[in-house]
Design a protein around this ligand. Sequence first.
Ligand SMILES: [Zn+2]
Ligand SMILES: [Zn+2]
Length: 225
Amino acid sequence: MSYHIDTGLIKEKFVETSECPLCAIKKVAEEQFLHEFLNDAVMEDNTRIKVGKTGFCAQHFDMLFSRRNKLSVALQIGTRADKITHLFTPVSGVGAAKKRAAEIEKSLSGCAVCELVEESMVKYYKTVAQLFVREKNFIKTLLSCKGFCMHHYAELLKYSASAGFAAKQYLAALSSVQSKNFERIKTELKAFCDKHDYRRANEPLGTAETALPRTRIKFYGEKPE
Ligand SMILES: [Zn+2]
Ligand SMILES: [Zn+2]
């Protein structure tokens, strides 16, 4: 299962008015992997081996289950179930029980979908930095976007070396757009609070009406669907 990094998608999501274009990109990548897991990839040996080895996190299990192809979910999770039955053999003492408990916890910590999405997102963080260097117009696009959620801002910082010789300018642009938009969110939150004053009860809420859900995205990213 491979994923082609689409620079068109980056440009498209950066001009939309969401609170984090990378959350929007992640949704597209995630959706593609979920689709593959439920369709052709069910029969691929490599995918079955991967799913057998790591399984799915609860969130991605739910996302797979909420889509149409329940048989694919059953086949995939069945493969995983076969691989973990050894976790339930009898344990002989307290030390062995502790060790087994740790193994069981560890068996729940992986996810085949998370891994693939994360691999693609790292490529996107790097490509955003490279676009900053390669394409003149992208600087404008970056500076006029609405900033990022905290996690994705941190990831962009982490992979800023991909901007090469322009890394310093890239970091300046990133922090400028992020701090400007964090200030905007603060102003909108303040407007939301102010408008709850009874003396302003009849005034329209304007953008303050959606201030809280957008703050949610700024702090924690987009909710999974
Ligand atoms: Zn985000
Ligand atoms: Zn997952």
